[in-house]
Ligand binder design. Structure first.
Ligand code: G3H
Length: 526
């Protein structure tokens, strides 16, 4: 621990033994999962460090959490789904204030548990707080829009958005706070009730928020359980009582979870899945700025982002210049501990270094070369990024989403080469296209917008800003997330309609004046 600055040290193993079900933070006395950090195990003689324990809860407890969420929703009759929008917003405002007090604790755990550097860990926290505040504002806007009666063909209608029911929320390890909350928060505020199980890494950092959740929302609205994905999610899905599966992860997990649900038409899906976003470098690209964007695109957080550039296509005419500058820039990158704020940091998954090395070996066997001097150098918790060229479609690094530090490169003469690969790919999230000539770019953009859901011009792929839509085609996503779209994804339009006659007009007037309904009202919140 000598190398760890005092403020980031973890001096004792964190024994987290609590979970939240039905408005009660309960003690867990059963089996526990050990939480290890790979940060300090840079050589074979150093083992990952035990930094904590979390409950390894069983399927029975998963079902208790389900029961709690189910009775809090109570077929839409529960306190939360029928509560005034204004009151739900108040609960969320109270939550975010409490959450903000946990910033330093959570940032420290983000570094230890997933190896994210300090600046990015702080960014993840702050971005999440902004996301919650923006969600509140957006919900007020949506509610205002629903505060007016429409009258068409003699039918008067008040149209709003209502909750869907019980949401099972499963987030990813690379953004264990931000991406999970980008599902959980809109689901909660729209009046759904939730069961949330943290990702396989980034679990301890959820513990400091249990009180905030419990103090801010009525019992059963947020249930937080810990354990293995299969053990927890399987009985919950099999029950048929889940209305929305909200998951950021792998498409194979999403498919097996959906398959467990006995009434598939009842199940809504909000999924952010894998991607293989290409960076396409045309012959007139500005090389220096393209190199910069491709470095951050391929290697921010060691390439462990669903939006990372996972394959580069370089035009033959500029291949030499681009690759020489790019490989030099890769070799200059520093690997460090998160508080040193280097771009490269240790990988949290103990199996990842071997997986990345295997991808490199497989590519070499099939004819690729490592172009950069440091590429492929291995230590126990890391593999230095290898720029692999020429990559062909029989290599695993071409076929698989590497989600780590290795950069496959293909050269092309005609733009039809990357476009054909994108058309045949199982994924369709984003692309980055680097070039200047409008005559060339125009038709390429026109094709690509129909293959992916965001075309980044001379810029790396990314999710943010969070007000923009984040989605994908094919196996990359189901439903759209953004501050606004997420509120839509976790709700459904529902309305009250009446024949426009004296009787109904009087009833509606009376209802509005007497404030007897939380749904039929024409006031709104500022
Ligand atoms: O892992 C996928 C994330 O949504 C990527 O988000 O582009 O902001 O890093 P980001």
């Amino acid at each position: 621990m000598n190398t760890v600055p005092k403020e980031f040290q973890i001096n004792n193993v964190i024994n987290h033994n609590e979970y939240l079900i039905d408005g009660e933070i309960c003690k867990w006395n059963g089996k526990q999962t050990q939480v290890f950090s790979t940060l300090l195990c840079d050589s074979d003689d150093k083992e990952p460090l035990l930094i904590g324990n979390t409950p390894e809860m069983s399927g029975d407890y998963a079902l208790k959490a389900l029961e709690s969420a189910h009775s809090a929703f109570n077929y839409g009759q529960g306190v939360w789904p029928t509560m005034k929008v204004y009151e739900r917003i108040k609960c969320m405002e109270s939550f975010v204030i409490k959450m903000m007090t946990k910033r330093e604790e959570i940032v420290k755990l983000l570094m230890w548990e997933i190896g994210k550097n300090l600046n990015d860990s702080r960014k993840e926290f702050d971005r999440t707080v902004d996301y919650i505040n923006d969600t509140i504002l957006e919900y007020k806007r949506i509610d205002r829009k629903g505060a007016t009666f429409q009258n068409k063909s003699g039918v008067r209608a008040l149209i709003r958005r209502g909750p869907l029911g019980v949401v099972l929320c499963l987030g990813p390890y690379n953004y264990p706070l931000n991406e999970t909350f980008a599902l959980l928060i809109p689901a909660i505020i729209m009046g759904n009730t939730t069961i949330f199980k943290p990702a396989k890494h980034g679990v301890l950092l959820i513990a400091p928020l249990l009180d905030a959740f419990n103090d801010s929302f009525p019992p059963g609205v947020v249930n937080i359980v810990f354990g293995r994905g299969r053990e927890i999610a399987t009985p919950i899905m099999k029950s048929g009582k889940i209305d929305v599966l909200a998951l950021i992860g792998h498409s194979s997990s999403a498919i097996s979870l959906q398959d467990l649900h006995p009434q598939k038409n009842r199940l809504r899906l909000v999924l952010g899945l894998e991607a293989k976003n290409p960076g396409i470098i045309l012959k007139d690209a500005d090389i220096d700025s393209t190199v910069k964007e491709c470095i951050s695109g391929t290697l921010s957080f060691n390439g462990q982002r669903c939006t990372a550039l996972k394959i580069l296509y370089v035009h033959e005419d500029i291949k030499e210049e681009f690759l020489s500058k790019f490989t030099k820039a890769v070799d200059e990158l520093k690997l460090g501990l998160p508080w040193e704020n280097t771009l490269l940091t240790p990988l949290p998954e103990t199996s990842k270094p071997k997986y990345i090395s295997d991808l490199i070996d497989n590519a070499i066997e099939l004819g690729a070369k490592i172009l950069n001097k440091n590429g492929g150098k291995k230590q126990k918790n890391f593999v230095f990024p290898a720029v692999l060229y020429p990559v062909t479609n029989d290599m695993n690094v071409y076929k698989e989403e590497q989600f780590g530090p290795v950069i496959p490169v293909i050269s092309f003469k005609e733009i039809t080469t990357p476009i054909k690969d994108m058309s045949e790919s199982n994924y369709g999230q984003q692309v980055s296209i680097f070039g200047k000539d409008v005559d060339t770019l125009g038709p390429i953009i026109d094709s690509m917008v129909n293959l992916v859901c965001r075309v980044n011009l001379n810029s790396a792929c990314q999710r943010g800003p969070d007000i923009y839509p984040f989605t994908g085609r094919k196996d990359s996503a189901v439903a759209t997330l953004s501050v606004h779209d997420a509120l839509r994804s976790f709700s459904i339009r529902t309305f009250v309609a009446s024949k426009d006659n004296e009787l109904n007009r009087n009833i509606l007037r009376d209802m509005i004046d007497s404030k007897k309904s939380h749904f039929i009202r024409t006031d709104y919140y500022l």
